[in-house]
Design a protein around this ligand. Structure first.
Ligand SMILES: [Zn+2]
Length: 212
């Protein structure tokens, strides 16, 4: 079924959201020879600078992480919208997405859930729905930000896909203290979703729009 999708676009509000939400599925899509594009809408430059850190830290980490997952260097797109201010940058973000849609014409878009309570994530979900009117859209889960989540679609995964996901996430050294940047969490969520469908590992999605 994944072979249906030749061109896949992952919308990550921030660097790392895409790998956390659907890294295993990205790994499997790449195995099936889909062309995967990854766009991060913020690399948190300003907030890194304010904390006295190298403002390019997350740019460097997302490059290494997405390449580790198997995404081509040229298929990584990074915008520099201000962290936590996406709601006020809605129109610019929509225009970025429309340009991407015209250029890439993805048949599958992976994005955060419309029930995600993070202000930047919900903006990406709402504008993504507007911009990619003609594409299949699946929402990935970020459980600490999901008020609720409808597990309406599952992708069966193998251990190697979850390993590829965790190996990519480990590249975000600056984020390693986050509760979700944890090997046990990544594997146990994949096991939980697997148990729901009688397989060992899986990732779950909400079907937002399905185009056949
Ligand atoms: Zn995020």
């Amino acid at each position: 079924m994944l072979k249906l999708f030749k061109k896949v676009l992952v919308l990550a509000p921030h660097t790392d959201d895409g790998e956390i939400g659907c890294g295993g599925t990205i790994s499997k899509l790449l195995e099936k020879k889909s062309e995967v594009f990854y766009v991060a809408f913020s690399s948190a430059k300003e907030s890194l600078k304010q904390k006295g850190l190298n403002e390019n830290t997350l740019i460097q980490e997302v490059k290494v992480a997405t390449q580790s997952l198997g995404i081509k260097k040229k298929n990584l797109i990074i915008f520099d919208h201000k962290l936590r201010f996406f709601t006020s940058l809605r129109q610019e973000i929509l225009e970025d997405m429309i340009n991407l849609k015209n250029k890439l014409k993805p048949d599958l878009v992976l994005m955060p859930s419309l029930s995600d309570i993070h202000q930047d994530h919900i903006t990406i979900a709402q504008e993504g729905l507007r911009a990619f009117k003609n594409s299949t859209i699946l929402a990935y889960e970020l459980i600490w930000n999901n008020l609720n989540f409808h597990n309406t679609m599952f992708v069966k995964l193998e251990k190697k896909n979850i390993k590829a996901k965790w190996d990519a996430l480990k590249k975000y050294k600056s984020q390693k203290t986050r509760s979700y940047m944890n090997e046990e969490f990544i594997y146990s969520l994949a096991r939980s979703r697997g148990v729901q469908i009688g397989t060992k590992y899986a990732e779950s999605f909400e079907v937002i729009r399905w185009v056949i």
